[in-house]
Every structure is written in structure tokens, then in C-alpha cells.
Write a protein that binds this ligand. Structure first.
Ligand code: HMG
Ligand code: MG
Length: 298
């Protein structure tokens, strides 16, 4: 039996927009987050406090966090690779900070400029500070299904990082398919292995749709009991350190699937479709959500 309820974490304002070449004004990001808040998301990844030299699009994160209208009880998350990022996230009143590591050595170097072991050591300070200040802590594990630089990533490599993230005190851990290469059975194997190291109900699936497999992988994850998924409105996205990576799975598509399965998300699909239209118009291109485009054309 599938879970009756799932949590959808909307990552469009961060994972979605971080790779846009043209700078998106803070006011547009704020409007996007506000529309998503009104649609009912309990968790929105709204900011990333990383080096603006590495990811210029996220340089407006402080402004965005200050400008959004927060929905009571909702969690607004921010990426924090180090203490400098943590301090900025704390000042911006993030509810949750996200440390992001990798199951692939090669990707760790390209993305955050250090080895996996070094990254865990760096995250210790962030994790401690998050606990001290009563913030939620999430750990994200990139390239859990394959890496653009080293290819194969073993189940043990994923399990090892999951264990380290657990030891750091993470409340939730994301298993991420950064380059969208996973297929259904592989997805189940990785999720089940991760669940040997951490509570299944606090493991999330972060799928990118590069090879068109994201919805199948989400369904496969549901079958083994995963109940938290990340998605991005209108399928926005890509990763600056994963060449050719497309967006996250589109939120509208995921919501359409959940609706059909009778799984409760607490989110208003029509309002998400509108939010997708809003950001697509701003970016000057059609969104990549199939369900979103079909519903918008009705
Ligand atoms: P570094 O160059 O090794 O760090 O970068 P450093 O400590 O030597 O600092 C160098 C400069 O960066 C200094 O400035 C610092 O002040 C500044 P300078 O003195 O040269 O003027 N700096 C910062 N500025 C603002 N905020 C900060 C910060 N830290 C240092 N927090 C670092 C290391 C991690 C900072 C860098 O590699 C970085 O910012 N990388 C960005 C990585 C990133 O954002 N990737 C995309 C997000 S991950 C993702 O999308 C995957 C995910 O979606 C899951 C999935 O799909 O896989 C989560
Ligand atoms: Mg991602």
C-alpha cells in the first residue's frame, strides 16, 4: 500500500532558479514564493546562501527572505554550505538550513570545492549552530544514483553519507538524483539502502527529469514507503555543476499523479499552475510541466 499522505517540498525558487542566466529580480522571486505559499506548501526552499561568485542568481537571497509573506507554520528553507552561509540564513530567519553533500567524490569537489570528508567536517559547525538556534537541519545528498564526472555511485557510498548526515543530527535527508539518471528498480534499491541508515519517513526523494524518469522514480519510491518529495514549479531548473542537467520534476506533474492516486498533499494544483504561468511569463518561455501546460490550456 502507498502512503496516504505525502509532503511535497517546493524547490523551484532555489533549485529551479539558481541556474537561470538572466538575473531574476528579487521582487519576482518574492511574488513566486508568495504564490506558492498561498497554494498551500508546508515547505518551500526559498534561498541559498552560497558564494555569489559561484551562483550569482542566488545573491538576492537575503532580500527574498525579507520580502516574502510567510504562511503560519510553513517552513522556508535555505542552503548553507558553511558558517558564512549559516549566519546569513539565521539573520534572514530561515526555518530550516540545508547542508548539501554528495555521494560522489568528484561531484563534491566540483560543487563545493572539497572532498566528502572535508564537507562533513565543515557541516559540523553548521549542524551545531542549527541545533543551538532551534532551526531544522536537512541534509541533501547529490549524485546518489550516478555522477556526471565519475559515473557509477555505489549503494555503500550513499549509505555512508546518509549515516554521516544522521550523525550530524539531520531532521530530514534528501536522496538526490542530480542528473536524472535513475530508473525505477535502482531507485528502490537506493531508497531501501538509505532506509537502513535513517528513518524512512524522514527520507525524501529529489528527482530531476533529465531522462524523463522522475515520475516513474517517484512512484517506485512510494511503493517502498518514501513520503517526501521535492519538485519544482513548472519544472524549472538545472544544476550549474551538472552539465546538461534539466530541471527538477515539475510540481504540477507530481500533484497530478498524487491526485490520481488519492494521496493527500494539502496543495491546490490550480494555484500551482497559475504560479507556473507567472514565472514562465517572466522568463519568456513555456514551462516544462506537461500537466501544468495541459491544465493552463483548458
Ligand atoms: P570556496 O571558494 O572553497 O570557499 O567555496 P572559501 O571559503 O575559500 O571562500 C571563497 C570566497 O567565497 C570568499 O570570498 C568567501 O567570502 C566567499 P572572497 O574573499 O574571495 O571575496 N564565500 C561565501 N560568500 C557568500 N556566502 C557563503 C560563502 N562562503 C564563502 N556561504 C563554497 C566553497 C561552498 C562557498 C562554494 O563552493 C559555493 O558557494 N558553491 C556553491 C555550490 C552551489 O550552490 N551549488 C548548487 C546547489 S547544490 C544543488 O543544486 C544540488 C541539490 O539540488 C540536490 C541535487 O539535485 O543534487 C541540493
Ligand atoms: Mg537539485
Amino acid at each position: 500500500t502507498l502512503p496516504q499522505q505525502v509532503k511535497i517540498v517546493e524547490v523551484g525558487p532555489r533549485d529551479g532558479l539558481q541556474n537561470e542566466k538572466e538575473s531574476v529580480p528579487a521582487a519576482v522571486k518574492i511574488e513566486l514564493v508568495d504564490r506558492l505559499s498561498r497554494a498551500g506548501f508546508a515547505n518551500i526552499e526559498a534561498a541559498s546562501f552560497v558564494s555569489p561568485k559561484w551562483v550569482p542568481q542566488m545573491a538576492t537571497s537575503t532580500e527574498v527572505m525579507a520580502g516574502i509573506a510567510r504562511r503560519a507554520g510553513a517552513i522556508y528553507s535555505a542552503l548553507t554550505p558553511n558558517m558564512q552561509g549559516f549566519d546569513a540564513a539565521l539573520a534572514a530567519k530561515a526555518d530550516e538550513v540545508v547542508i548539501f553533500g554528495s555521494a560522489s567524490e568528484a561531484f563534491s569537489q566540483k560543487n563545493i570545492n572539497c572532498s566528502i570528508a572535508e564537507s562533513i567536517a565543515r557541516f559540523e559547525g553548521v549542524a551545531r549552530a542549527a541545533k543551538e538556534h532551534g532551526l531544522r537541519l536537512r541534509g541533501s545528498i547529490s549524485c546518489a544514483f550516478g555522477c556526471p564526472y565519475q559515473g557509477e555511485v555505489s549503494l555503500d557510498a550513499v549509505a555512508d553519507v546518509v549515516g554521516r548526515m544522521r550523525e550530524l543530527g539531520c531532521d530530514e535527508i534528501d536522496i538526490a538524483d542530480t542528473i536524472g539518471v535513475a530508473t525505477a528498480r535502482k531507485t528502490q534499491a537506493v531508497m531501501l539502502r538509505a532506509a537502513q541508515e535513517f528513518h524512512l519517513d524522514r527520507i525524501s526523494g529529489h528527482f530531476h527529469d533529465t531522462y524523463g524518469q522522475a515520475l516513474a522514480n517517484i512512484y517506485a519510491s512510494l511503493e517502498v514507503g518514501v513520503s517526501i518529495f521535492h519538485s519544482s514549479v513548472s519544472g524549472l531548473g538545472g544544476c550549474p555543476y551538472a552539465k546538461g542537467a534539466t530541471g527538477n520534476v515539475a510540481t504540477e506533474d507530481v500533484l497530478y499523479l498524487m491526485q490520481g492516486l488519492g494521496i493527500d498533499t494539502g496543495i491546490d494544483l490550480d494555484m500551482v499552475v497559475d504560479a507556473g504561468q507567472f514565472i514562465s511569463q517572466h522568463l519568456g518561455r513555456k514551462g516544462s510541466s506537461r500537466a501544468g501546460n495541459a491544465l493552463a490550456a483548458k
